[in-house]
Design a protein around this ligand. Structure first.
Ligand SMILES: *Cc1c(COP(=O)(O)O)cnc(C)c1O
Length: 401
């Protein structure tokens, strides 16, 4: 190794370059705030990509984690795990689901959902169905099955051959769903707000018709709540906005407040599709992970944080709309609760780094959309500060076009 390389560059040499990383090393966090290794402070409006929904180092969750660290870390799913049973009960009591499988990530939660849907059709109903319909611009993960489910070519390049049995159709187009359905269709899988794809909410009518269509044809409806779940949209789960009940929904990101954990939550009829040995994960739902899940759900539900997210989100969206009105660089401000996108007329990568410079962390959703994902406890003052920074940066942009 060359002597002239900086220590930071040397350190990065030991990692596969899977991320275009910003040259910032964050070392401490509290609530909505982060500090880097130079002592610079940042207002966090991305929450580790919709993960730290309770802010950084949330006290009650931390206490539950530390308590569990003192007692027991891991035993194996060959034993009963009381925390896992409690966390599952909290999820089913607060949702339309009846039974939970715990994984370690979002992609694995979606893998479980895809496997469960196929197995239900093939082993319970014995109809040989396997096809999963998904949507253009969707994002469902990076494992081979979930990147295949994802409706974006860029995540698939160079990974052929991909698993069979996935079909992609335009979002919000019920006729396209009807045309895509065959006697092999096992499930339709979608995000109710396409997040990575650019903050596109599904239409009410489309989702209701889709749910009815699936039910009438024996097709399972899978909702990917990995980014939209755990209160972010102003309801505990985004499907509640649509008056539907998915057969399976998946969670990860906000489920563990920053601790890696995912879940697939299924309706009663799917229970028998997964018998002992049909699916599993060494680490899925460990005593530690599910202690964190329990504390996270108790806080979100107990403190009515979805309601708080709804109010903070409408304030954020209305402030952005008011302050950005007439800015020719800004095409649209949209979102639901605290998942908000500012669609611009050109790529926004430089705005993300300019915002970092000014101590505000936001991310993109596709090339032209600035995505805001503050934690659910974000204050009015913090929203005002973020809106002020973004308004200034976007008016500089407007004057340069
Ligand atoms: C992040 C995300 C995933 C993948 O989750 P990982 O934990 O990164 O595997 C899947 N679906 C949606 C909607 C996501 O936002």
């Amino acid at each position: 190794m060359s002597e002239t390389k900086t220590a930071a560059a040397d350190a990065a040499q030991s990692l596969l370059p899977t991320y275009g990383r910003f040259p910032i090393a964050l070392v401490k966090g509290e609530g909505s705030w982060l500090w880097d290794d130079q002592g610079k402070q940042y207002l966090d409006f991305m929450s580790g990509i919709a993960v730290t929904n309770l802010g950084h180092a949330p006290r009650k969750v931390k206490e539950a984690l530390v308590k569990q660290l003192d007692e027991l870390w891991h035993v194996s799913n060959l034993f009963r795990i009381p925390n896992q049973e409690d966390a599952a009960r909290l999820l089913t009591e607060n949702s339309c689901g009846d039974a939970v499988f715990f994984s370690n990530s979002g992609a694995e939660a979606n893998e479980a959902a895809i496997k469960l849907a196929r197995r239900y059709q093939q082993k319970v109903l014995n109809n040989g169905r396997y096809e999963i319909i998904t949507f253009e611009q969707s994002f469902h993960g990076r494992t081979l099955a979930t990147l295949t489910a994802t409706g974006q070519e860029k995540v698939k390049e160079g990974f052929a051959p991909l698993p069979e049995g996935f079909k992609y159709i335009p979002y919000n187009d019920i006729e396209a769903v009807k045309a895509a359905i065959s006697d092999k269709t096992a499930a339709v899988m979608l995000e109710l707000i396409q997040a990575e794809g650019g903050i596109f909410p599904a239409d009410q009518k489309f989702v209701q018709e889709l749910a009815q269509l699936c039910e009438s044809k024996g097709i399972l409806l899978i909702v990917d709540e990995i980014q939209t779940g755990m209160g972010r949209t102003g309801k505990l789960f985004s499907y509640e906005h649509y008056g539907i009940e998915p057969d399976i929904f998946t969670l990860a990101k906000g489920l563990g407040s920053g601790f890696p954990v995912g879940a697939a939550v299924a309706k009663e009829k799917l229970r028998e599709a997964f018998g002992p040995g049909s699916h599993g994960s060494t680490f899925g739902g460990t005593p530690i992970a599910t202690a964190v899940v329990k504390a996270t759900i108790e806080e979100i539900v107990g403190d009515q944080l979805p309601q708080r997210a709804a109010e903070a989100g409408s304030y954020l969206i209305s402030e952005l709309r008011a302050k950005l009105e007439g800015n020719p660089f800004v095409k649209d401000v949209r979102g639901l609760g605290l998942i908000v996108g500012i669609e611009c007329a050109a790529p926004v990568a430089s705005i993300i780094t300019d915002a970092q410079e000014r101590g505000l962390l936001v991310i993109t959703a596709g090339p032209n959309v600035i995505r805001l994902l503050p934690n659910l406890l974000v204050t009015t003052e913090e929203i005002d500060s973020a809106v002020k920074t973004l308004t200034e940066l976007l008016s500089n942009k407007a004057s340069s076009i």
